[in-house]
Design a protein around this ligand. Structure first.
Ligand code: BG6
Ligand code: MG
Length: 219
């Protein structure tokens, strides 16, 4: 039976991809690196350090670890500053409604995000109260596609993976959910999250009614 829901943050609850893009683009321009939206798409769901390595690979660049950390920190400062403008109006359509509904129905709810800035994002959205457990980029060492962040979240909720549904917009996020034996809901196009148990184009379609209809034997 389904007792808990675990949500990814970026791309599921709010759309930060463009803010990440702007921050990486600023750093890339400064470094004389090529960076476009196609490369940015590969960063969906993966950690900050994995992200900078993807960008460096794309440019055939290698640097020592200290310099990489310094550059990733520079990007993060730009990104974190841009979060100041985020408000309660910045939920993806349908996300706040679903979280509210899950709360009123008494389900356990956790966050399972790769971001080390999840707390700030949730504060800007005024969303902290929706979550019993917050798992973020500081909670585990191995990032998606490893299942660790979702296992952390389910363990803290006191639930087994098969009693939880994970919501994800990233290919590697669905990989992580499957690796951990969670049920999965993919948000986004077929080519990205078509391997989820069920897929919706956007959070607007992912209502509790639609999710229950798909997993009907589990409710
Ligand atoms: C994920 C995003 O949620 O968090 C990735 O989808 C991002 O694009 C990752 O790289 C890490 O975020 P942060 O905020 O710790 O740099
Ligand atoms: Mg995401």
């Amino acid at each position: 039976m389904i007792k808990g829901f675990i949500f990814d943050l970026d791309g599921v609850i709010t759309d930060t991809a463009e803010l990440h893009y702007d921050a990486w683009k600023k750093l890339a321009d400064e470094m004389g690196w090529e960076f476009d939206r196609e490369v940015n798409e590969k960063l969906r769901g993966i950690s900050r350090m994995d992200s900078i390595k993807v960008i460096m690979d794309h440019n055939g660049v290698s640097l020592n670890e200290d310099t990489i950390v310094e550059l990733a920190t520079k990007k993060n400062d730009i990104y974190v500053n841009s979060l100041d403008d985020m408000t309660q109006e910045d939920y993806l359509p349908g996300a706040r409604e679903l979280l509210t509904h899950l709360r009123s129905e008494g389900f356990s709810v956790a966050l399972g995000s790769a971001s080390k800035n999840a707390n700030k994002v949730l504060k800007q959205l005024n969303a902290i109260h929706f979550f019993d457990v917050i798992g973020d980029g500081n909670s585990v060492t191995n990032s998606k596609p490893a299942p660790d962040i979702f296992l952390f979240a389910s363990e803290k909720l006191g639930l087994r993976p098969e009693n939880c549904i994970v919501f994800e917009d990233a290919e590697k996020g669905i990989d992580a959910a499957k690796a951990g034996n969670f049920h999965s809901v993919g948000i986004g196009p077929e080519e990205r999250v078509g391997h989820a148990d069920i897929r919706f184009d956007t959070m607007k379609e992912a209502t509790l009614f639609a999710v229950k209809s798909h997993f009907k034997d589990l409710f």
